[in-house]
Write a protein that binds this ligand. Structure first.
Ligand SMILES: Nc1nc2c(c(=O)[nH]1)N[C@@H](CN(C=O)c1ccc(C(=O)N[C@@H](CCC(=O)O)C(=O)O)cc1)CN2
Length: 284
């Protein structure tokens, strides 16, 4: 292993400690931030992520509002809980854990959320703001990736970033975040329609791998010294995470974000950042 580690666990811990101070300041002004979550169904991974978000809240002093519905919940039942969270004054920001069960129109649910309470940065209004360059909550994983790179002093400005994947939480919003003037990267987005993935990867200073295809990024595809962030989550028969990045990549890359322990903890930290920033905006 020659690559240096982009340590998401340690970086997220540092961000959480900074946030705890900001939450104290808000409380001193009489403002109590509260994160709501809506979990629908029994997926063990989603439950683990949601529980982790509430553990993080407890650590930094953010209140928790936890709502759950069974796998069999209808569109109307889900939308009723979204309306309740929109109205609940204790809930200053919330998320609907994705994916929602088959047959549920996730976009309709996201559209129904009060955009002022969007803690995930995935409401159409928040994504529109991102396109227009207006301040607002940023999608948690893409901005978590930017923070992870910045805090390890990996140059983003002018870098050629190849993003692999076009899912709603990472691939689709990642180029929007990276091409803001404050980041100023040049981005190539690859997906299942890309003809020669390897040719694109070889050009990259930074690779964000969010395809969900085990070991799709191979050592021979990497420019020596590149930063490689593995965000893919597949599971082997034992339930262990298998990322998008082949372990041999660490012999060629300059930096790697491991999986687990890289981008995942940063996603959770950025969610708390969004909750605190929204409460600060509301408090003036
Ligand atoms: N509403 C949302 N749904 C989903 C999002 C999201 O940002 N908003 N992203 C993912 C899941 N996710 C957060 O919700 C998430 C994924 C991974 C981690 C994490 O800390 N992972 C650990 C490993 C966990 C394990 O062993 O299973 C790590 O990488 O170290 C946190 C949050 C999809 N849904």
């Amino acid at each position: 292993m020659t690559a240096q580690i982009l340590d998401g666990k340690a970086t997220a811990a540092a961000i959480k400690s900074e946030l705890a101070t900001r939450v104290e300041a808000l409380k001193a002004k009489g403002v109590q931030p509260g994160l709501g979550t809506l979990l629908v169904g029994d997926d063990p991974g989603s439950r683990w992520y949601v529980n982790g978000k509430h553990r993080d809240c407890a650590q930094v002093g953010i209140a928790s509002i936890q709502r759950e519905l069974p796998e069999t919940a209808t569109q109307e039942e889900i939308e009723a809980v979204v309306r309740e969270l929109n109205e609940d004054p204790a809930c200053t920001g919330y998320i609907v854990q994705l994916p929602l069960p088959k047959g549920i129109d996730a976009n309709r649910v996201l559209e129904l959320m009060d955009p002022a309470k969007d803690a995930d940065g995935l409401h159409p209004m928040s994504l529109g703001r991102l396109v227009l360059g207006i301040e607002g909550p940023l999608p948690c994983t893409p901005y978590g990736i930017v923070q992870l790179l910045r805090r390890h002093e990996v140059e983003i400005k002018g870098a050629h970033v190849v993003v692999v994947g076009r899912g709603i939480t990472i691939g689709r919003p990642m180029p929007l975040v990276l091409t803001r003037k404050s980041e100023n990267a040049t981005v190539t987005q690859c997906h299942t329609g890309t003809r020669d993935l390897s040719a694109h990867l070889k050009q990259a200073d930074i690779i964000v791998a969010a395809a969900g295809v085990p070991h799709i990024i191979k050592p021979e595809d990497i420019k020596p010294g590149a930063a490689v962030l593995d965000v893919g989550v597949s599971r082997d028969e034992a339930g262990k995470i298998v990322g998008d990045v082949h372990p041999g990549v660490a012999e060629v890359a300059g930096w790697v974000a491991p999986n687990p322990g890289g981008v995942g903890p940063m996603t959770r930290a950025q969610l708390l950042v969004n909750v605190v920033e929204a409460a600060e905006r509301a408090a003036g």
